[in-house]
Each structure stands twice: as C-alpha cells, then as structure tokens.
Design a protein around this ligand. Structure first.
Ligand code: AP5
Ligand code: MG
Length: 389
C-alpha cells in the first residue's frame, strides 16, 4: 500500500493536485473538508454539528473526523492505498492516523507539503470565492483559517519530520508545474519503497533455488539466516563462536543472534529494491519480530509465498539430495529428515495462517519443474510490485 498525505495551508492547492494524482495512481481519496461539506449539504446530523465550526473557520472535533475517516476506510477495502487531503490536521490526528493505519497493517508512506507564501494563499482563496460558494471563502474566515493553520496544523509537520517521511515542495508556479514536481517526488519516493518477500515451505520445497532466482531478477537482497550463520561459523567470527554449539547440537540459534544478523544485512543494503527472506521467520514469534523490525525501518512484509509440496514429495527430494553432491549434514538420516518435516508442521506452519489472516499469503504449488514453479512465482511477484508501487 502507498499512503500519501497532502499537506499545506488553505489555498496551497491540495484539492487541485489531489484530482490530478487520483487520475494517475489507484488510490482512495479521503478529503475531510469535502466530506464535511457533503454532510452539510445533505443536512445530516454530522453535517449540522460541523456547520457552525466550518463557517467560522475553526477545526471540527477529532471525534467527528475519526468517524468520517474510519467510515471512508471501511468503504474502500480493496485499494492500493489512500490519498489524504486535509487530514491529519492536528498533532492528535497524526496519532489517530497512525492507529487507523496500524489496524490495516500499513503506515503513512509520506507527507508532502505544498509551500506557498501567505499573500498568494489569500489571493487564490479570494479568487476562488467568486465561484466556489464555499461558506468559508470570505476574507474574515480565510484569515481565521490561516491562523488556525499556524496555531494547530503547522506542528503536524514536526511529527512526520521526526519519522523521516516529511517532504516539502514548492507550491507556487502553474498547476502543471506543481504537479510535475509532485509526481517526481512521489516517483522518487516509490523507488525507495522496499518489496519484501518471505518464502516459506517444507524443507526440500525448493525455496533456496527459487529465492536466488528471484533475488537476481528483481535485484532483491537475499537473506538466508542459515547461510549467514554458516558463513559466520566458517569465518570463526565472534558470532560464529557463539552459534557453534547450537549448530553442532542441531538446536535453534537464539533469536537475538538471528535478528542482529538480519538487521545488519538490511542496513548494509538500505538502497536495495527490497529483500527476500528464506529460513526466517520459522515460527510465529519470529514472524512478529520480522514485522516489528521492518516497521521500525518504515517498511513491511509485502508478500509471503508458500511453496506447497506434499510431504511425500519433500521426503523423496531430500533423500535424493542426500545422495548427491549438494547433500547437507542434516539430510543424512531418515530420522533427521522426518524430524525437520515434523518441526515444520508444528512450529513453522502456524505462520502460514498468520500471514493468511493478514491477506499476504499466496500458496504456490512446488511440484512442476523448476521453471514452471519459477514462472508462477514471478507472476505473483509482478502483482505484488504493482500493488506496492
Ligand atoms: P478543507 O476543505 O480541507 O480546506 P482548507 O484546508 O482550508 O484548504 P482549501 O480546500 O481551501 O485549499 P486547498 O489546499 O485544497 O487548495 P485548492 O486546491 O482548493 O477544510 C475546510 C474546513 O473543514 C476546515 O476549515 C475545518 O473547519 C474543517 N476540517 C477539514 N478537515 C478537518 C480536520 N482534519 N480536522 C478538523 N477540521 C477539519 O486551491 C485553492 C485555489 O487556488 C483554487 O481556486 C485553485 O484553482 C487555485 N490554485 C491551486 N493551485 C494553484 C496554482 N499552482 N497557481 C494558481 N492557482 C492555484
Ligand atoms: Mg481543499
């Protein structure tokens, strides 16, 4: 999902630019001012409550705004994101937006502010008043609205500056000129949105093979906790020494170690298009950890691909691998193979349900040839790419 908030004082051009943006991006438009004016025109209870305040140029209560936003979000379930115009308008509303988007398991991608000098704002609004029939486009009320902006709204910028997602652009110049700057800003920002794919499946499902192909094709950074750990081990690093006893006994390495390895790999590659995770998360706790880690970096899991292979087929494949040059120490006995399959069913499988509930899971049959499976995976990833950008 991409969620953009257009920000700026009355007359900055938020509504004007929103219309142009909506033609280009498939976003649901949430303009609190427009919605309130509609409520007033329809003389609804909510409209009646808001009318006096809007007429005077004040701000409507947060309770009313929450109702409006929640309702509009509910009415737009299958969209690729939201465009907010006129919201959030107070520090409190910024927190409210965080909470509402958290419920949708997403967050604000960026806030773009249109910067226009006060004299031009007043000029534009007075000009608009000749045709707009807006009850708040009178000289006195325009003055009050600008004051309200300075007093209560301008500080919202700080909230997003702190989060590192605030972008200020020049709102003067012609409408197409501003649109072009805006577009350029959004395109640049979208290139920075990571696509994060998680690949899960039974041991022997073909995750490693497919993950590497994906990484190459989409220029994603391949994160395999198993590979990273083996690497540390063979380098005899400090981390390697710590994990040696666990790997030797075949027990699970503590989460703290895996997290540090993943975090440092992500940080080293912050300019990447995204990441592909293999071997992590392997239990529900790690799924929560991954969510938390990505959220901290203003990102999220984009899609989870479940490579589905019948158990019997998995056993056959692992058995074949055991006899080949690619054999792993843990392929060597039937006991070990069965133990790992069982572990997957008991411990890893619950994350399939977890991601299903979040609407992020796609099951892909891992039967078929490497190329066939690859084609299905690529087609899902293409879809994901369209959803996030
Ligand atoms: P709202 O409807 O959001 O009004 P606003 O913030 O005062 O902003 P405007 O709609 O007046 O300006 P705009 O930036 O959209 O500019 P526009 O594109 O029209 O809110 C109204 C009221 O509702 C509030 O006062 C409050 O009471 C209440 N409310 C709403 N949301 C709320 C919330 N979250 N919490 C509490 N209360 C809330 O452009 C202006 C004019 O300039 C147009 O005529 C346009 O054609 C022209 N123009 C645009 N761009 C250019 C350009 N580049 N060059 C020349 N002219 C331009
Ligand atoms: Mg507007």
């Amino acid at each position: 999902m991409i969620n953009i908030a257009l920000f700026g004082p009355p007359g900055a051009g938020k509504g004007t630019q929103s219309k142009l943006l909506l033609e280009k991006y498939n976003l649901a438009y949430i303009a609190t001012g427009d919605i309130l004016r509609k409520e007033i025109a329809e003389r609804t209870e909510l409209g009646l409550k808001a009318k006096d305040i809007i007429e005077k140029g004040g701000l409507v209560s947060d309770e009313i705004i929450v109702q409006i936003i929640e309702r509009t979000i509910l009415e737009n379930q299958q969209v690729s994101g939201f465009l907010f115009d006129g919201f959030p308008r107070t520090y409190v509303q910024a927190y409210i937006l965080e909470g509402l988007l958290l419920k949708l398991n997403t967050s604000l991608t960026c806030m773009i502010s249109l910067n226009v000098p006060r004299t031009e704002l007043v000029q534009r609004l007075l000009e608009r008043s000749k045709t707009s029939q807006r009850i708040d486009d009178t000289p006195e009320v325009i003055e009050t609205r600008l004051e309200e902006y300075e007093l209560k709204t301008a500080q919202v910028a700080d909230f997003y500056k702190e989060k590192g997602i605030y972008i200020d652009i020049l709102g003067t110049g012609t409408i197409p000129e501003v649109f072009s700057t805006l577009n350029h800003t959004i395109e640049t920002m979208l290139r920075k949105v990571w696509m994060n794919i998680v690949l899960i499946g039974y041991p022997g499902a073909g995750k490693g093979t497919q993950a590497m192909k994906l990484a190459e094709k989409y220029n994603l950074v391949y994160i395999s906790t198993g590979d990273m750990m083996r690497n540390e081990l063979s380098n005899n690093s400090d981390v390697g020494l710590k994990i040696r006893p666990f790997l030797e006994k075949g027990t699970i390495v503590p989460d703290e170690i895996a997290i540090k390895l993943i975090e440092s790999k992500i940080k080293m590659n912050s300019k990447a298009n995204g990441f592909i995770f293999k071997g992590f998360p392997r239990n529900l706790v790690q799924a929560y950890i991954l969510d938390g880690m990505l959220r901290k970096m203003n990102s999220t899991v984009s899609k989870v691909l479940f490579l589905d292979v019948p158990v019997l087929e998995a056993i056959k494949r692992l058995n074949t691998r055991a006899k080949s040059q690619k054999s792993r120490p843990y392929d060597m006995s039937t006991d070990l193979i069965l133990q790992r399959l069982e572990e997957f069913e008991k411990i890893t499988y619950p994350i399939v349900d977890y991601y299903k509930k979040l609407d992020k899971l796609v099951a892909i049959s891992g039967l078929g040839s490497e190329e066939e499976v690859g084609r299905q995976i690529f087609s899902e990833v293409e879809k994901t790419l369209r959803q996030i950008r």
